[in-house]
Write a protein that binds this ligand. Sequence first.
Ligand SMILES: C[S@@+](CC[C@H](N)C(=O)[O-])C[C@H]1O[C@@H](n2cnc3c(N)ncnc32)[C@H](O)[C@@H]1O
Length: 361
Amino acid sequence: MIQEEIARWAAVGPYYAMFPMDFAFEVIEKYTQPGDRILDPFVGRGSSIYAAAAKERTGCGIEINPVGWVYSSVKLRPVTQGRVLKRLREIGYAAKRIDIGRANLPTFFEWAYAPDVLRFLLASRDILRWRDSKVDRTLMAFILIHLHGKRLGSLSNQMRDSKSMAPDYAVRWWRKREMRPPDIDPVAFLEQRIERRYKKGTPDLEGEVLLGDSVQLLNSNRRRRAFTLPFDLLFTSPPYYGVTNYHYDQWLRLWMLGHGPTPRWRGGRWQRKFQSRSDYLELLADVFGGAAPRMRDNAIVIVRTDAREFTHSATVKALWTAFPNKNLREEPRPLKRKTQTALYGDTSKKPGEVDIIMTPR
Ligand SMILES: C[S@@+](CC[C@H](N)C(=O)[O-])C[C@H]1O[C@@H](n2cnc3c(N)ncnc32)[C@H](O)[C@@H]1O
C-alpha cells in the first residue's frame, strides 16, 4: 500500500492520547522484521498494529473501550465502499420512520443535532449490529468519526471532536450564542466523507483486535487463535495515572454504541479515571505479567508513557517484574507541540512522555 493511502486510513478516529503515526512506523521498522508478531494490550485507536500490518508484520491489539475497538478493527479491514454506502442508504431510509419523541432524550440532543440528523443517529443506534457485522462496524466507524466536531464540518452543533462535552455546559454555551444545530442531510454528508476516504484504496491488513479487558484476556487459559504463536514485540502505551477517563470523555460516542444518554463514570474497575495507586499498579502488573509468557524469549518491549513521577515509576516497576531478564533503557520525549487540551486553555505544565525500551541481555 502506498504511504498516502496508509496515512488516510491511519487517521481514522478522533481519539486523543494516541501515538503519532510516525512514531509507530519508526518503532516497527527499527525493532521488527517482516513476518514478526506485535502485541499491544492497550491498543486505543490502533496506531501500533496498523503500522505493523502496513509493513507486513502481524498485529494483535486489545481494547476495552468499544469506541477505540471500532476504530482500530475497521482501520485494518474496512468493507468495500459499495457495501458501506448501500448500508448507509438503508439506514437513511429507516430513519424516516423514527419518532424522536419516543426516544425521550435529554435537551442536549435537540441542541446538538437537527431533527433529520437525530433520526438518522437513532436509527443507526437501533439497527447497526457493529459487534458482529463488518459492514455495520465500518459504517459505525464513519458515524463515530463525524459524530461531533466543528459546526458544518461534522454532524453536530459546534463541539470538540476529541472529547464529548458536558451536556449542561454545552447547552448553555449554544443558547448564549443562539447557535442552532446545522440542518444537514446526514446521508449525503457521510456519503461524501466515505467516498473521500476510499479514494486512495482500501486496506486489507493482517491482524486482529480483541474487544475486552487485557487483564482477563491475557491471564485466561482459554485457547485463542490470536495468542497461539508467540509475539516478537510488545509495543504499547498504557493509560496514564489520573489523567483521563476514556469512557467518560467519550460518552456521546458510547451513547451511539448503546450506552445511556448522559455521561457516567462507568462501574468497571479499569474504566474509571485511575484514582487509586494500588489499582493502577495492579493493572500494569497484571497486563505486563500476562503478556510476558506470550512473548518470545528474545522479544523486545517498547512502552511509551507519561514522564510524571508515579505513572513512570509504576510502569518501570511492573516491566522489571514481568521481564526480569532484559536490559532497560529510557528515551525522554519532551512535548514539542501544544497538546489538544492546551488548545482549549489548559496551561498546566506537562513533563512530556518517556519511551521505555527493554531488549534481551
Ligand atoms: C494511552 S491509550 C492508548 C493509545 C494508543 N497508543 C493509540 O495510539 O491510540 C490507552 C488505552 O488503553 C485502554 N485500556 C485501559 N485499560 C484497559 C484494559 N484493562 N484492557 C484493554 N484496554 C485498556 C484505554 O481504553 C485506552 O484506549
